[in-house]
Each structure stands twice: as structure tokens, then as C-alpha cells.
Design a protein around this ligand. Structure first.
Ligand code: GAR
Length: 196
């Protein structure tokens, strides 16, 4: 069973649901975001878990992990989730957690590297290419083992919006293909001995 954590637009969630991949639960740290409308339109149960509403980041991370566990989730995906998950999450959820990031990690990851800020950094660095990365989530932000990457060129005249749009198409394709592969092979379960 798959669970998806979101914070905003929800286009990656939409791509997953549009591909017919079943999602048991969607969790957002923000209320009234488009991702929750996407979940509703597809009849997927969703919850909002805000830091203030659940007693701080540690309590929220615990609540998120417990909700995924209670929903029978074995594989969780951060699809535009804009918070870091702390040790309490990994205590409460013993499945596997993946993240999708809009650059070719390890380039342009880490603190502050979220959404358009990532594309801005790619353009500022003058990189010839960018892309999407799917990786395991560990205690190190954007630092877990990489499962899949897809590359796109950075074109002359690109701005953050044109680059973001080109990368987003690849994100959707890569996320759907990776999840289909993992779910078909039983790879949604954490490798033996892996505490995450
Ligand atoms: C996506 O581009 C995703 O890769 C990025 O946020 C966007 C969410 O879009 N995630 C990060 O930057 C994580 N560091 P979406 O809500 O439409 O899926």
C-alpha cells in the first residue's frame, strides 16, 4: 500500500493517481491545498497534520508515521512535501520512504532547496542539464540512496518557469515508472535490515 505526503499543488500525486496506482492515504501539512482536492477527486482518504495542531514537529512526525502505519502503508512518497521528517517519524513508520526532488542530486539538494529555488540554483550555476531524482529518505536531507534519475537539457533562454515545466514532465514520468516497478516487484517493503 502506498501513502503520499504533500504540501501544495499535487501534480505528482495527480500523475500517480492518473496512472491508476492505488494510494491508501494522502497526508498534507497544509490545509486547503490543491493536492487535497486531487485526493478528494480520486476518492483517496486524506488528512491534514499541521505542526501547531498536533503539538510540535516531533508530535506531528509521530502522528504522520502512525497514520501511515494504521492505513497499512508500506511505501510512503514525499511528493512536494516541504518539511523534513525527524527520527520520530521513522520510529512510528517502519516502511520505506522515498522523495522526489527536481534536480540531479547530489547537485542542488539540502536546506532551502525546494521547488523553484532548485531551478533558480541550476540556472545560477550555469548547468547544462538538470532533471529529477527519486531517492530513499534518510536523516540526511536529500542525501539518501538514489533509486532513479531522469535528465533534461537546460536550454538557452530558460527561466525558472520553463525549466521547472520541463523537469516536472520528467518527474511525473519517473515517479510513475519507479512506483510501478517497485510495486510490481514487492519492493515497496524496506530491504531487510534497513531501519527505515
Ligand atoms: C515538485 O517539483 C517536487 O519535485 C518538488 O516540489 C514540487 C512539488 O510539486 N519537491 C522538492 O523540491 C523537494 N525538495 P507538486 O506538488 O505539483 O507535486
Amino acid at each position: 500500500m502506498l501513502g503520499i505526503l504533500v504540501s501544495g499543488r499535487g501534480s505528482n500525486l495527480e500523475a500517480v493517481l492518473g496512472a491508476g496506482i492505488g494510494v491508501a492515504l494522502v497526508i498534507s501539512n497544509r490545509p486547503a491545498v490543491r493536492a487535497l482536492e486531487v485526493a478528494s477527486e480520486h476518492g483517496v482518504p486524506w488528512m491534514v497534520m499541521r505542526r501547531a495542531g498536533s503539538g510540535g514537529a516531533v508530535a506531528r512526525d509521530t502522528a504522520i508515521g502512525e497514520a501511515l502505519t494504521d492505513a497499512g502503508v508500506e511505501l510512503a512518497v514525499l511528493a512536494g512535501y516541504d518539511q523534513m521528517l525527524g527520527p520520530a517519524y521513522f520510529e512510528a513508520f517502519r516502511g520505506r520512504t522515498l522523495n522526489i526532488h527536481p534536480s540531479l542530486l547530489p547537485a542542488h539538494g539540502g536546506p532551502g532547496m525546494m521547488g523553484l529555488a532548485v531551478h533558480r540554483a541550476v540556472l545560477a550555476a550555469g548547468d547544462a542539464e538538470s532533471g529529477a531524482t527519486i531517492h530513499e529518505v534518510t536523516a540526511e536531507l536529500d542525501g539518501g540512496p538514489i533509486l532513479a534519475q531522469s535528465r533534461v537539457p537546460v536550454l538557452a533562454g530558460d527561466d525558472v518557469d520553463t525549466l521547472a515545466a520541463r523537469v516536472l514532465i520528467e518527474e511525473h514520468r519517473l515517479l510513475v515508472a519507479t512506483l510501478q516497478r517497485l510495486l510490481a516487484s514487492g519492493g515497496e517493503r524496506a530491504p531487510a535490515g534497513d531501519p527505515c
